[in-house]
Design a protein around this ligand. Structure first.
Ligand SMILES: CC(C)(COP(=O)(O)OP(=O)(O)OC[C@H]1O[C@@H](n2cnc3c(N)ncnc32)[C@H](O)[C@@H]1OP(=O)(O)O)[C@@H](O)C(=O)NCCC(=O)NCCS
Length: 190
């Protein structure tokens, strides 16, 4: 899995390239953050999703970025591959995103997303999609996209939350149907 940013206050200090050692802490982070924001059931569901993502996703299909404040895990984003077999471009889904409850609204989420997208770009990923609140994700360059522009892997219950951004200069629609990784292949997540 990916990389991390070191945060002190709101400043990005430096980068390293290995966050495997932090993987064991991620389900707990997501459990705490989503329990606080959405309730216990959602907290458990997102934590279970993260466990399955970490356990079942091939290495080449999963990336992540962590925000560390000293030795405290302040936030995490995960990216998993969305395969468009009829399109030559590589596409990743950004989800889920969590910033520690006591560190929210201090810029960490946006910094982490921008950092993660830049890492993707440098790895040759052409397009990023996410599924969430446009009001938040538009702050980091995501725009609403239609299901004709990029077919989701499963039917969307909230099509207005289907968002994307090109990571290179190409902004043509993505061709054909898509496949998500196993952990996301559940209708209730969409
Ligand atoms: C959503 C989340 C990742 C944002 O991270 P953050 O570090 O708190 O956000 P930032 O400090 O970068 O950005 C704060 C800005 O986003 C806005 N914002 C934060 N969460 C928002 C949300 N869910 N919807 C809309 N706007 C939101 C704030 O009002 C603030 O706006 P301003 O800059 O105009 O004042 C974080 O609050 C979180 O983990 N929430 C709980 C889990 C969650 O909802 N995850 C996203 C779905 S996968």
């Amino acid at each position: 899995m990916g990389s991390l940013i070191q945060l002190k206050g709101a400043a990005m200090l430096n980068l390293t390239t290995d966050c495997q050692a932090w993987a064991a802490e991620l389900p707990g982070l997501y459990l705490d953050v989503f329990t606080a924001s959405e309730g216990e059931a959602e907290g458990r569901a997102v934590a279970a999703l993260v466990v399955e993502l970490l356990q079942s996703t091939p290495k080449c299909d999963l990336m992540g970025a962590l925000a560390l404040d000293g030795d405290v895990l302040a936030g995490c984003i995960l990216f998993s591959r969305l395969s468009y077999d009829q399109d030559p471009r590589q596409v990743f889904l950004m989800s889920p995103v969590a910033v520690r409850t006591d560190r929210q609204k201090s810029g960490i989420g946006q910094k982490l997303i921008r950092y993660g997208l830049e890492e993707l770009r440098q790895k040759g990923i052409s397009f990023a999609v996410t599924y969430g609140d446009p009001a938040y994700y538009e702050k980091t360059g995501f725009q609403p996209i239609t299901i004709a522009f990029a077919q989701p892997p499963l039917p969307l219950s909230m099509p207005h939350g289907w968002l994307g951004q090109s990571l290179n200069d190409e902004d043509a629609p993505l061709a054909g149907p898509s496949r998500c990784v196993q952990a996301f292949n559940k209708p209730e997540l969409w």
